[in-house]
Design a protein around this ligand. Structure first.
Ligand code: ARG
Length: 578
């Protein structure tokens, strides 16, 4: 375990500088494994000592480095102190590395890395993550899929690191579109079709009534009338709306389940109507709500107070807007759920919406707005299914499953499976997730099914394949006990690379969590798979002397646990056979 090694080096630094050990632990980092050179194991940059005030700022870094290097000693843990230009590298005892690391994974496979001292300074508490948030009767597009995948990852990671997480789906379930839908449904809708395929039917009605409304004034009037009835909570209108909402939520629940995703709350824009009135009053009392010549209500966001930037919160007919509902939702959530931080996940086109939202919350005196974060992501081009552009989440999942099933049927290495369709589905979903989380979230990407579902290359299928192979190896040798093992048998370069890599797991989680960027974890797991594959090729278990086989099995089983844990944080269900 990384802590053990960091602690021991930190103890030396503590003796030299007189600060507490704890102080130095976050400054020590495990060096990434590289093919080109045998890497040293742990590194300390002298710059980090300067930055944290241990060393004076304006002295020569190289000189400071060599001076520090002379004071550091080799001991049972540190085998070699290697001064670089501005960093000191510590080569650690490799027998200890194998023994400590693999013991720690073996004793607590589920929580390996999660109790690291690196997380000590992390602020923990109640985290509200809002993600997915599709709109009723409208398309579920690639952006909603990204929000779903990314939000789930953030929620999983926060939870793994000891936060209490509340998962919220904020449905687009209010607004003028329900006037249209309601008016349309009365003429075009069918209860039967609604029962058969609710999402599809609502969408069809909505598309058709929209088209008709373009030409037909009377439909527009009927829609406005229906929405007015809704806003006034008229029973008949409301009960139709409720039916749409309930059916939609029920359908979504079922589909999210296929993705292994759940929410604690299905909230939505409709939920915060009474709070909206409070918010508007509050804005008014503080003199922040201005009425324009057009009769709209706006909040001046400019620094100079000259309306060079502003935000509309009220239409001239007195109805609310998207942002008004968001302000009310945030205040409500704070009151009801008392979060310590709140994270919104949407595409980057909404960045300025959230900047305005947070600014208005601040203006209303809500200091907690500082702890609201928007995680923006880039656009996906070209995600389509056989039936055309993505309209429903379920179509994407079906497409991924069917294509994967076909790939599996063509592959020679496929195993006999109890439920091939289920395995194909899990593989297809892993592929979507890795494609989505591999790059900086903000970057756009082009979507291509063949590429996404490949078994070679850095894909989700490759992760699954590696995991399944490890499981198969462990199954084959299930009778060999590796409760005890001799670390002398894990001193070859392949084993050591894998061990050194595993040692970085906590740092990688920390980085992903500080930046809210999954790619650090994704890349870690991909590298782990490459290292494990080459170890698997070169270090046979079968036919090796028992002690060697034992040690190797221990390494493979620990790698398998860490791989599975990491995959689960990303939202992937590891398969044991494929
Ligand atoms: N339903 C919105 C859309 O599809 C996303 C909601 C994002 N969350 C929020 N609190 N505004 O664009």
């Amino acid at each position: 375990m990384a802590c053990f090694f960091r602690r021991s080096i930190a103890a030396q630094l503590s003796r030299i500088y007189g600060q507490h050990e704890e102080f130095f632990i976050p400054l020590l980092s495990v060096v990434p494994v590289s093919k080109k050179r045998p890497s040293p194991d742990v590194q300390l940059t002298v710059r980090s000592l300067v930055k944290s005030g241990v060393l004076p700022p304006d002295e020569d870094l190289a000189a400071q480095t060599s001076c520090l290097a002379k004071q550091l000693k080799e001991d049972g843990v540190v085998e070699d102190v290697i001064p670089g230009r501005e960093a000191i590298n510590f080569r650690i005892n490799k027998l200890l590395l194998a023994e400590k690391l693999l013991d720690s994974v073996h004793t607590e496979p589920e929580s390996f890395g999660l109790k690291s001292e690196l997380f000590r300074s992390l602020r923990r508490g109640r985290t509200l993550v809002e993600y997915s948030s599709p709109n009723i009767a409208k398309k579920f597009h690639a952006g909603h899929l990204r929000s779903t995948i990314i939000g789930n990852f953030i929620a999983n990671l926060k939870e793994a690191l000891g936060n209490e997480v509340i998962r919220v789906n904020y449905l687009g379930d209010w607004g003028m579109q329900f006037g249209l839908l309601g008016a349309g449904f009365q003429r075009l809708g069918s209860q039967e079709k609604l029962k058969e395929n609710a999402l599809q039917h609502l969408f069809e009605v909505y598309v058709q009534v929209n088209q008709e409304a373009e030409q037909d004034e009377s439909i527009r009037l009927a829609a406005a009338e229906f929405f007015r009835r809704l806003e006034q909570h008229e029973e008949q209108a409301l009960s139709l709306w409720e039916q749409f909402r309930d059916i939609t939520v029920k359908e979504y629940r079922r589909i999210y389940e296929r993705l292994g995703i759940h929410f604690d709350h299905y909230s939505g824009e409709s939920f915060h109507q009474s709070k909206m009135q409070d918010v508007l009053k509050d804005l008014q009392c503080r003199g922040l709500l201005k009425t324009t010549e057009k009769g709209t209500g706006v909040v001046d966001l400019s620094e100079a107070g000259d309306m060079s930037s502003y935000c509309t919160v009220l239409r001239s007919d007195g109805t609310s807007l998207y942002i008004t509902r968001d302000i009310a939702a945030a205040v409500d959530r704070k009151e009801l759920l008392n979060f310590d931080e709140m994270i919104y996940v949407t595409d980057k086109s909404q960045s300025s919406h959230f900047r305005q939202l947070f600014q208005i919350l601040q203006m209303l005196g809500h200091r907690w707005a500082e702890r609201c974060v928007h995680v923006p992501f880039g656009l996906v081009q070209g995600m389509s299914t056989r039936s055309g552009d993505v309209v429903f989440l379920e179509d994407v999942l079906d497409e991924a499953r069917n294509r994967m099933l076909q790939n599996m049927q063509q592959s020679k290495t496929s195993k006999e499976l109890a439920d091939p369709a289920l395995t194909a589905e899990l593989l297809g979903i892993s592929a979507l997730i890795i494609k989505d989380l591999k790059r900086p979230l903000i970057s756009d990407y082009k979507f291509n099914w063949e590429q996404v579902l490949q078994a070679q290359g850095d894909t989700g299928v490759f992760l699954q394949y590696t995991h399944a192979r490890l499981c198969s190896l462990l199954r084959t040798h299930a009778s060999v006990s590796h409760t005890h093992f001799d670390p002398h048998h894990l001193q070859d370069s392949r084993s050591l690379s894998a061990l050194q890599h595993l040692l970085r797991y906590d740092e990688v989680l920390l980085q992903s969590s500080l930046e809210l960027q999954p790619r650090h974890l994704v890349n870690f797991l991909i590298t782990l798979c490459h290292l494990v594959s080459s170890a698997h090729r070169e270090l046979p278990v079968k036919g090796s002397p028992p002690a060697v086989a034992q040690a190797r099995l221990r390494l493979f089983s620990c790698a398998c646990s860490v791989l599975a844990n990491g995959m689960r944080i990303l939202g992937i269900t590891p398969v044991e056979k494929m």
